[in-house]
Design a protein around this ligand. Sequence first.
Ligand SMILES: *Cc1c(COP(=O)(O)O)cnc(C)c1O
Length: 402
Amino acid sequence: MIDRRGFISAAGIGLVGNSLKMPERPAATATPNKDPAYGPWIEVDSEALRTNVARVYELAGRRPILAVVKNNAYGLGLQETASILEPMPEIGGFAVVKPEAAADLRTWGLEKPVLLMGLADDDASVELARKGVELSLYLDDSVARAKHVFEATGSKVAGQIYLDTGMGRMGIESHRALPWLADLSSSGLVDVRGTFMAFTENPDFDQEQLLRFKSFADQAKAAGAALGRLHAASSNGVYHLPEAHLDMVRPGIALFGAYPSRPDEERAKQALTSAVRLCARVVRVQRLRIGDGVSYGRNYVAEQPTWTATLPVGHTDGYPRGAVEGAQALIGEQLYPIIGAVSASHCIVEVGDEPLVAVGDKAVLLGSDRPEIEPNNIAEASSSSVYDILMHLNPQLPRVVV
Ligand SMILES: *Cc1c(COP(=O)(O)O)cnc(C)c1O
């Protein structure tokens, strides 16, 4: 984990008050008490994360939360995020898709149940089983796969039945899952801890999927199979399908403070706070004359003299190219529009008639500080998806827990 101090020293800049010699700073940046690193960096707001967990827990009728922390915890940083979530009593465990992420959680010492919703090969399955990770069971050769793990570890394989009720993506199709489960159960090789499905999030079809899930569960139980805990609801289901809350819920994005489907309606039902903040410091301020343009394509040309500021954040950091269509960045107390083009490592804001910002000023491009820069609103303003906005945040950016 990179803490603030590590981040600053990693940037090769000494801290005020330590024994390192401070580099000479030009007058324009000489604002006292400022973090001298220009970034970009990502702040993980631990308070917001905990608040969102409490709110999701209430929405879900106080059922345990299996926290989906796939894709680097939706951009927040897997280790940082899981460490904050682990001690919370509302959190029943973690779910990830990539085997490496499941192994990492254990390597970092996290102890709550971990479900792998993706597929691990035989070797990785053995390693994960040894670490107590629950594997998804859905393939036709599940018995053979379980046998391999059983023989290597000497113990029953902890796993969960992944049922495909119409998503057509992962899982064993519900219409042929009963005989499959009978074979798996009678093999005596697996310890079924749960059974789960994913909704298509098509409001008309979700109900049909839930019926298929419940019908499978009823028949399997009647046939004597153990199914463990039943779960189906992602963030969308937590908000909109109370009948699908079942034994536990399985949200991702809502925990991180973004609304899954219909932000206005969802905010009214239970408000969330963005737990992620994308930050950087101004690296250049310029005055444009009439006719001066900024960035690739010369998409922006000044019609009157104006000030602009350059931020060292671009699409390689995960900031969307579409931000020029209407997104804003917060510098100090003021929001400024993104103009011209978002390039790999830079974007530019229009400041206006007065040079109100200076090199070194902190900018927030994504965060809870103003409604306009909340992830859902940045997604909308840049014709993007809020899932893309969060999950495309570059994993190499320093994460700072605040
Ligand atoms: C990503 C994912 C979730 C969480 O979805 P959100 O919309 O982020 O809440 C739940 N279940 C499965 C199978 C997923 O892939």
